[in-house]
Design a protein around this ligand. Sequence first.
Ligand code: CTP
Length: 426
Amino acid sequence: MNIAPRINELLPAEIRDLLFLIGALADREDREVFLVGGMVRDIIMGRGTVDVDVVVNGDGPSFAAALATLTGGSIVLHDRFGTSVLILPDKRRVDVATARTETYSAAAALPDVSFTVIDYDLERRDFSVNAIAVALASGEFGEILDPFYGQADIAAGVIRVLHDGSFVDDPTRIWRAARFEQRFHFHIDQTTEKLLRAAVRGDILNQVSGTRIRNEVKALFEEREPSATVGRLQDFGVWEALVPGLHVGAEAVRIVGAIASTGETLSVWLKPDWRVFNAYLMGLAVDGSAEAARGLTQRLGLSQHSRRAVIGAVSGRRQVLSDLDKKSKASTVHRALASYSDAALVFFYAAGKEGVRGNIERFLVNRQIKSLISGRDLTRLGYRPSAIFTSVLEDVRAAQLDGVVTTVTEARSLAQHLMDSRKSNG
Ligand code: CTP
């Protein structure tokens, strides 16, 4: 079969032209070059796609270098795997790999690599739907190589591994299987599911590094609808195998499903660097104990800062959700929320009912309002900087939010009163 017409129909002109250019270069260098991976799968499914992934029989890096010269792009090299990443002038990324086989010296280890021809390269891949290659050399442009019947599996909507050891070799495929299944509304084939469950029971996840797991969990949350995948992974026992006590129940699935739209709703008020990933992790951990939340953040190797944000929000959620589920004074809302990260606010909003949501919106709007006075005003009033400053300024801000003081003069006189009474008490 030849999918050149589909390539013409589905891909944007610049990507199509890039594939032609790669094909022409393959001719000139007398090399076999193939398009592989998700782009092939997506074209066959009739979906548009942008990630260009090519495999070269022979010396991949030298082919990538020639392509960089032709396109004016630049190259990042990964020698061990014979893979180059080419960045084109328009910032588009092209992965150029050397056809290779992989053997695993230990379960869940990174593979030992040796270079080979395309058929073996396809054999090392995760699922049949991702193990299809398309020739790019001009005489055969668009010809499909499909040794594992990936096209038939695409037509039937099936996710199938290529061999029994696939999940043990690379346990990150457990996440990938669930992700592709839910993204495409496919189903995981029966034998594949048995192998997946056996791998989870076999404790293989303990051998995978935090970074690799974190990358998979991130990729999961970058899906358009991550919640069903999260639920499916719970059904497979993945979360509890990863972190003892991390039970991901219906509430967690619901919250994960609401995070993306919540982030959009609140986006104008949130700090530009807020971390949606942390909000998702809070959602994921909502049904478990604070201990499980701690375990999750540790297992994923989060920074100290993110760890604290996630654990704090999960531990504090009950209090926040019950305290804020009613109309409250602005200062009360401020006190309840001020210490939390923006990711936590998104999490509380996604988890909470109408009352909570209204209060969070009010908090975010009020946060933009500048305080009537600052520490400098207190020094101008003749006070020496001390620990009392913070509490006094907070109380003045609370009075401002509640409309008790409305002018700078009123704020100053309240501050003066508070400073004097606290100084005499202290
Ligand atoms: N691959 C694999 N095993 C993995 C990761 C990747 O076999 N653990 C192979 C698959 O052939 C996959 C290709 O590498 O198609 C590219 O991987 P990646 O870019 O991560 O995924 P895509 O399949 O392109 O999917 P997406 O649409 O999510 O980018």
